[in-house]
Design a protein around this ligand. Structure first.
Ligand code: NAD
Ligand code: LMR
Length: 334
């Protein structure tokens, strides 16, 4: 089998370090697919990325054909079939949201253009760096000639968090849980939704009501504990760990790409993809939806019920995405 070229940006960062060795071990693309890694960093990160490249060599991974480190975007994305955009400008003290969006537009715009210029014609791009949804929108807009549906942003970590919280509350294995959905933005406005989820094949809400002593108690747990816990889990990790999630984010990024490229086998997951107006979400926004993939890319699962509560939560998160898009447009970027 030909080697697949995978480009990872921010390769010297925390997520990069947790991700690269698993990609090299074949956990993302399977045990038969050789891999060429390209690590893209800013100049200040190149030396550390080179150190990671030395360690990758020392892993003697049978599937790993080569590792190249660069700070030039066109070189970094040359021939990329999979691009994982992890590197981003973090928010620092005194930075307003507009400053953060502008700083990241200055990264994701040029990277989108470099992908269009240099990547493989079938490239697939996952944006992890925050604000992930809007960074993906910027990259997709700048990647002239690359279909927008090749771009997605990561809400898979939120999805796994939701699965894990539900499983923990019900004291069941995570493998019993199916059909959880993350709607909206990868931010505290997201809506983790169990309305169409199942636990051991039974409706999740029914199982929750049985376990928690009625439908009111189940709804209270969802509104007061589950939704805020999942939506604010990123902040909880930062508060407890002293740094943003890294290994769990790398795990989610790996699963996102694996499922997109190898297929979900009919199972639903969550990913932020470019809206075509599904579920009333304005076309063009990068919004998290229930998705499946047959290996040719994520497609939004149609026809799920959203009750009034769910609808207003999705609307609130979409309003935030619209605000982010308008803020970027006001900077003359889109
Ligand atoms: P980190 O600070 O440890 O590493 C970021 C790396 O990116 C650094 O090495 C930096 O030099 C590099 N970088 C910055 N600008 C770059 C550019 N233009 N090109 C290439 N590399 C560049 O951060 P981290 O913990 O690895 O997190 C990376 C990003 O992922 C952050 O934006 C974080 O908020 C985000 N994140 C997203 C999710 C999600 O669920 N979507 C989850 C966790 C973290
Ligand atoms: C997460 O969800 O863990 C991260 O997006 C948090 C962050 O701000 O980096």
């Amino acid at each position: 089998m030909d080697a697949t070229t995978v480009t990872v940006t921010g390769a010297a960062g925390q997520i990069g370090y947790a991700l690269l060795f698993r990609i090299a071990a074949g956990e993302m693309l399977g045990p038969d697919r050789p891999i060429r890694l390209r690590l893209l960093e800013i100049p200040a990160g190149v030396r550390a990325a080179e150190g990671t490249a030395l360690e990758l060599q020392d892993g003697a991974f049978p599937l790993l054909r080569s590792v190249d480190v660069t700070d030039d975007a066109r070189t970094g994305f040359a021939g990329a079939e999979i691009a994982m955009l992890v590197g981003a400008r973090p928010r620092t003290a005194g930075m307003e949201r507009g400053d953060l969006l502008a700083a990241n537009a200055g990264i994701f715009g040029p990277q989108g253009a470099a992908i269009a210029a240099a990547a493989a014609s079938d490239v697939r791009v996952l944006v992890v760096g925050n604000p992930a949804n809007t960074n993906a929108l910027i990259a997709a807009s700048a990647a002239e000639g690359v279909p927008a549906d090749r771009f997605s942003a990561m809400t898979r970590l939120d999805h796994e968090r939701a699965v894990a919280q539900l499983a923990a509350r019900l004291e069941v294995p995570v493998t019993d849980i199916e059909g959880v959905v993350i709607w909206g933005n990868h931010s505290a406005t997201q809506f983790p939704d169990v309305a169409s989820a199942t636990v051991g094949g039974r409706p999740a809400f029914e199982v929750l009501a049985e376990r928690l002593g009625g439908t009111d108690a189940a709804q209270r747990w969802l509104d007061d504990e589950f939704v805020p816990r999942v939506a604010k889990r990123g902040a909880e990790i930062i508060a407890v760990r002293g740094a943003s999630s890294a290994a769990s984010a790398a795990n989610a990024a790996l699963r996102h790409v694996r499922d997109e490229v190898l297929g979900t086998g009919g199972r639903r997951t969550s990913a932020a993809v470019v809206s075509r107006g599904e579920y009333g979400v304005p076309a063009g926004l990068v919004c998290s939806f229930p998705v499946t993939s047959d290996g040719s890319g994520y497609r939004v699962v149609p026809g799920l019920d959203l009750d009034d509560r769910g609808r207003s939560r999705l609307d609130a998160s979409v309003a935030e995405l619209v605000d982010e898009r308008e803020a970027v447009q006001a900077l003359g970027i889109l």
